[in-house]
Ligand binder design. Sequence first.
Ligand SMILES: Nc1ncnc2c1ncn2[C@@H]1O[C@H](COP(=O)(O)OP(=O)(O)OP(=O)(O)O)[C@@H](O)[C@H]1O
Ligand SMILES: [Mg+2]
Length: 157
Amino acid sequence: MCEVTIILSEREDTEKLGYALAEAAEPGDFYALQGEMGVGKTTLACAMAEALGVEDASSPTYALVHEYAGRVLMFHLDAWRLTGPEELEELDFAALLHRNGVVVLEWPEYVEAALPADRLSIEFSLDVERGLRTATLKAAGERYVQRLSKIQEVYTG
Ligand SMILES: Nc1ncnc2c1ncn2[C@@H]1O[C@H](COP(=O)(O)OP(=O)(O)OP(=O)(O)O)[C@@H](O)[C@H]1O
Ligand SMILES: [Mg+2]
């Protein structure tokens, strides 16, 4: 089991997924949030931060790295405004990955070359005609296969 798709009918479902991700998360984890504008990436990241014990988690659109201190540290990044992987490297992303926090990044496709291959990818999609939102979780690397089975338990009970 390396891939799971979850239906996100309303905002609360996206938040629930964020809480489930946070519960399974361990220091050093990397989460890549993919999907078009407005699919719910920031909503998910803020729910994760909240579940990790952060009181006020707001959108990181205008700051490149938001650092949240909760049960574990969380770093929330939005690569939307970056020109490419070099710019992420200039932000010392490699060092961030070694700070024993949970790293959550929106728009990984803009900076792919600077990212670790091992990750949990959350790929959002929105079918406008059918009004159907989903997130597909894909685990790359053994530790994320473990996270994924833990996340799945939240849904299967
Ligand atoms: N499952 C859902 N159903 C309906 N609306 C949702 C759902 N999840 C999030 N939303 C809403 O969609 C809007 C956009 O969400 P959000 O800002 O999280 O998207 P985003 O993917 O981060 O966008 P961007 O790429 O512009 O940063 C928000 O108003 C949020 O409340
Ligand atoms: Mg966003």
